[in-house]
Design a protein around this ligand. Sequence first.
Ligand code: AMP
Ligand code: ZN
Length: 302
Amino acid sequence: MCNQHSFLEGLMSHGLLLDTGVDGLYGRGGGFEDVVARFDALITSFGGGDGAEVVRFPPGMNRKLFEKSGYMKNFPQLAGSVNSFNGDDKQHARLLDKIECREDWSADLAATDIVLAPAACYPLYPTVAKRGALPEQGRLFDLNSYCFRHEPSKDPARMQMFRMREYVRLGTPGQVTEFRATWLERGRALIEKLGVPFDVDVANDPFFGRAGRMMAASQRDQNLKFELLIPIESVEKPTACLSFNYHQDHFGSLWGIATSAGEVAHTACVGFGMERVALALFKHHGFETKAWPAAVRAALWG
Ligand code: AMP
Ligand code: ZN
């Protein structure tokens, strides 16, 4: 689609995204980062009063915990692993030869203890599990992390490395479904302030393979995932910019997280695609933030 191409080129020619030579891997210019930071603050203005515990994980997570999370069963196509060299001098010479001859040198590396985080909330559940049963009011967390997903694309809204801000709620089914209902409303109110067209719809995660198609259908049937969609690259296929996920007792039973009453905890998260919302703003209001509508500027810069 030539339309895609020109938006990406426009972002680059205005210094908003910087080309690295890899689709979906970009540097960010100051103007782009300013919008991301202002959107981050806008999220906090909606959710900051809830008393969430702020936690920041690095963009890598414990490989063993990642294995236990089941991510490789459901989304192997998206995963990224950190590998490193730990050979001797001879193996090092062979490695350099391969690089020199432009041969594949990946087999000369070995897996480290770290994989790349696929979502901001993945490292959280095992961390919370270690604290024991939840307090009566459950728990609420505020997360933000760079995430990796191997989905190279020319669509600037489909990045391989991007930031996800999340609020994650753990508690009884009632506490958790109320959290998600609240954020479905807040998400709409928040994006309304940004003056971009949007829609909220039921959705599914891109589960892998034949078994995955059934998982996706069941996720939809049960209304476990909603997305707030904004047209960025195409009007027909708008882009998911916010996600509202109800995991039921999936993570609670996987990691052994109990409520104060001893039941398996339920969990839900709301995820904000920081780059996607910034891109939606540039798409609909133009590359020059100074020329954006006054109401949008007021919502972001106050
Ligand atoms: P998900 O876990 O797929 O619901 O993702 C949470 C949020 O992250 C989505 O609502 C998007 O805004 C954002 N996101 C997911 N994948 C990408 C990507 N490839 N590039 C940029 N943002 C993404
Ligand atoms: Zn999450």
